[in-house]
Design a protein around this ligand. Structure first.
Ligand code: PLP
Length: 391
C-alpha cells in the first residue's frame, strides 16, 4: 500500500511543524504546564479595541472589504509609520493581510523566481524559509552567533551575496533572539542592499517592543530604501491581537497592485471586523503598548535573573518578548532538554533548531507568562537540570 505521507507534494517539509505539534500534544496530556512556547501574548487585546470590533460587527462589518483593506486603516497605518520615524507612505502603498505571516508568503510568491536567492538571518523566524521554499527559491542563511548577541552586520550580508541574490530579510527586533540591530548597522546594511540592488523585507512587527535605549530603525526611511523595501508588520504583538489575524505590507507603489492580487487570491480580503479593531488600535490611546512593554521588561528581568541563577547563558534580549538561551551547559542537546523539561518539569519551550540553530544548543523561551509563573518555571528547570547532571 502507498505510504499515506508519500501522497503529499515533495515541497511539504513536515519537520518543524511536526516538532511543535508533537510538543503541543505532549503538553496537552500533562497537567499544569507552564507554556513558554508560542509567541502568543497571554495578555488580552485592550478593551477599547475589542469594543471597536464589537461595534463594527453591529454596524455591518460582516463583508469582504476593498482588496487592499479599508482606506481609513491604510491611512492610519501610513500616519503611524510616519509618526514613528518611518517612510512617507501613501494608502495605495499599503496592503492589509490576514496576519504578517501571510504577508511573507505574498512577498515570496510575488517577488521570487525559482532559483533566486533570499538571504535570511539565522537564527530567524522560520516561516520565511517555508515561504521561499514554496516559491522554489534558495534560502541563504546568514549565521549569527551569541558572541555578537546574534546581530547581523553589513559585512556578513556582503559575504553571502551572489549574482542570484534578490531579497534580504531583516527582522528587527529578531525572533527568536530578541536582538535589536543597532541603527548605524542597519544603515550600513541598507548601503550594501543599494550597492547590490537587493530588495529588502524589513520585518518590524516587534518594533514597538524594545527595551532600554534599544531602538529599531525603520529601513524604508533610510536614503534610497523606500523604492526597494517592503515593510512587514502587524498588530499581533504590540496590541496583543494574535487571534484577530491582521497585518500589513507597505512597499513601492508600482509593485503593490500585483502583490495585492496574490493576497486577494489567497484571502479575498482580511476580516472586516479585524480591520476596524486595528483602526481603533492605531487611533485610540497608546498607553496599552507602553504598559505591555513594561510588563515584558519585568518578565525579561525575572527570567534572565533565573537563568543567571542556573548558570545558563543567554543573548541579551533587547526587544520582542523572547529569551534565547544556550542550554549546552546542562550536558544534553537542546532538543533533548526541551523534551525532558516538558515531560519531567511541565515547562514548554522550543528548541532553537526550529529557527535554524545548527548546534542544537539553544532554546527559545517566550515571555508570555506572569512573573510568578516564570519564577515557578525556573524552579522546575532547576530540578530537571539537577536530575540531568546527577545521571
Ligand atoms: N514576523 C515575526 C518575526 C513573527 O515572530 C511573527 C509571529 O510570531 C510574525 C511576523 C507573524 O505574526 P502575525 O501573523 O500574527 O501578524
Amino acid at each position: 500500500m502507498t505510504e499515506p505521507t508519500s501522497r503529499l507534494a515533495t515541497r511539504v517539509k513536515l519537520k518543524d511543524a511536526h516538532l511543535v505539534t508533537q510538543m503541543a500534544n505532549i503538553a496537552e496530556s500533562l497537567p499544569d504546564v507552564i507554556r513558554l512556547g508560542r509567541g502568543d501574548p497571554d495578555l488580552d487585546t485592550p478593551e477599547h479595541i475589542i469594543r471597536a470590533g464589537q461595534e463594527a460587527l453591529a454596524n455591518g462589518a460582516t463583508h469582504y472589504t476593498h482588496p487592499f483593506g479599508i482606506l481609513p486603516l491604510r491611512e492610519a497605518i501610513a500616519d503611524d509609520i510616519r509618526a514613528r520615524g518611518g517612510a512617507d507612505y501613501q494608502p495605495d502603498q499599503i496592503i492589509i493581510t490576514p496576519g504578517g505571516q501571510q504577508a511573507m508568503f505574498v512577498l515570496a510568491l510575488g517577488l521570487l523566481n525559482p532559483g533566486d536567492e533570499i538571504l535570511v538571518p539565522c537564527p530567524g523566524y522560520n516561516p520565511y524559509h517555508q515561504a521561499a521554499e514554496l516559491a522554489e527559491a534558495e534560502v541563504v542563511n546568514i549565521r549569527t552567533t551569541m558572541e555578537t548577541n546574534f546581530t547581523i552586520t553589513a559585512e556578513m550580508v556582503r559575504a553571502h551575496i551572489t549574482p542570484r541574490s534578490k531579497i534580504l530579510v531583516l527582522i528587527n527586533p529578531n525572533n527568536p533572539t530578541g536582538t535589536v540591530t543597532p541603527p548605524d548597522e542597519v544603515a550600513r546594511i541598507a548601503e550594501v542592499a543599494r550597492e547590490h540592488d537587493l530588495l529588502v523585507i524589513s520585518d518590524e512587527i516587534y518594533a514597538q517592543l524594545t527595551f532600554g535605549n534599544h531602538r529599531a530603525q525603520p529601513v524604508a526611511a533610510l536614503p534610497g530604501m523606500a523604492e526597494r523595501t517592503f515593510t512587514l508588520s502587524g498588530f499581533s504583538k504590540a496590541y496583543a491581537m494574535t487571534g484577530w489575524r491582521i497585518g500589513y505590507i507597505a512597499g513601492p507603489p508600482e509593485l503593490m497592485p500585483a502583490l495585492a492580487e496574490i493576497n486577494h487570491a489567497l484571502a479575498i480580503s482580511t476580516a472586516a471586523v479585524s480591520q476596524h479593531a486595528a483602526l481603533a488600535a492605531l487611533t485610540g490611546p497608546q498607553d496599552c503598548v507602553a504598559e505591555m512593554r513594561a510588563i515584558y521588561e519585568e518578565r525579561r528581568r525575572a527570567l534572565c535573573a533565573g537563568l543567571d541563577s542556573l548558570g545558563i547563558p543567554y543573548a541579551e534580549p533587547q526587544g520582542a518578548f523572547y529569551v534565547y538561551a544556550n542550554v549546552s551547559v546542562t550536558g544534553v542537546p537542546a532538543g533533548v532538554f526541551c523534551e525532558r523539561l516538558l515531560r519531567e518539569g511541565r515547562v514548554l519551550m522550543y528548541p532553537g533548531t526550529i529557527y535554524g540553530d545548527h548546534t542544537d544548543d539553544f532554546v527559545r523561551m517566550s515571555l508570555t507568562q506572569s512573573v510568578p509563573r516564570i519564577n515557578e518555571a525556573i524552579e522546575r528547570m532547576r530540578a530537571v537540570v539537577d536530575a540531568i547532571r546527577s545521571e
